[in-house]
Design a binder for this molecule. Structure first.
Ligand code: ZN
Length: 81
């Protein structure tokens, strides 16, 4: 699993729709990738706040922010045209 795959599965992971074999891949990836581990940890905290407020809905802008931040960390800043 790559960081891109991890991000693609992140919403499913929190929806609880991840099959066990994929869950194992996710856990294997975060064991090896500190960046994704941090992302998962901070996302979990954010979602817990949403859930506590009974306003749980994974916001698309959060997904984009996470993606941008992890891509920057793992692959460096993207060149701008
Ligand atoms: Zn990663």
């Amino acid at each position: 699993m790559t960081c891109t795959d991890f991000l693609a599965k992140l919403t499913d992971f929190f929806d609880g729709t991840v099959p066990p074999e994929l869950l194992a891949e996710v856990e294997e990836h975060i064991a090896e990738c500190h960046h994704c581990e941090v992302v998962l940890d901070s996302t979990t905290k954010t979602i817990n706040i949403y859930r506590n407020q009974e306003l749980y809905d994974f916001p698309p802008e959060l997904q984009h922010r996470l993606e941008a931040s992890i891509m920057a960390r793992c692959f460096g800043p993207r060149p701008t045209k």
